[in-house]
Design a protein. Sequence first.
Lengths: 148, 135
Amino acid sequence: MPVNPDLAGRSYPPAPPYRVDRERVRQFADAVFSTSPLSRDVDAARAAGYADLVAPPTFAVVVQQGAWDQLMGDDDAGIELSRVLHGEQRFTQSRPIVAGDELTAALTVTGIRSVGGNTMVTAETVVSDADGAHVVTATSLLMVGADA
Amino acid sequence: MSALEVGRRIAERDVHLTRESLARYAEASGDLNPIHLRDDIATQNGLPGVIAHGMLTMGLAIQPVLDWLGGDPRRILDYQVRFTRMVPVDAVDGADVHVEAVVGSVGEPAGTRIDLTVTVGGSTVLGKAQVRVAP
């Protein structure tokens, strides 16, 4: 099934809020080879002016993942994970994510174009906190291959 | 950080990836795509074998910059990369990723741009890898 050419501009309702817990922050910090004490030691994070453990800069991928699942799960979009290559990624952040945050992620397809037999889909996931304030925008370029 | 000049190398780091690193990242990120975990599925998808998550490479490549900022990501405004080459991770030998962070531009109000060069075996694996840091 080809990518739906009318996908540009389509928004998906935010997934239920994702609560960031300390253990996940530590686990993610280990996984990306972070050595920052602010991701492991609550006292160090507080001394630096944060409410709790500070997530590494690319942690938003954890909530972006849920938004992607919505996009891939939308049969009408025509994007199957097995045909997707991740081409580019960008995070534009207002503030770092900290443990205790309740984050919502809302995905919008902001661009779609054909290159050769492939379709390039730009998906923008806006991540906000419980007060509705912007935390980070995660923008991905997905290259969707033609049917095998 | 007063004497920042374009072209200055601010940080450098080597990271050795193993299959265990990929399993750990899969669990931490929730990206359970089997091409990062199982050779049979990777080869069915036309890959030489298990490859690293692009987002793992992106996630580790910014760590030298974070160290340079004293471990505090507050001043990081923007981080972008292109995934230009896959990173196969051998079951025995793993993969060695080298990261170099160089000042790309300085000035207000955009802040400092740090350019990352990320290579595996001498080949660049991320393109246009840039971090923008607040003044």
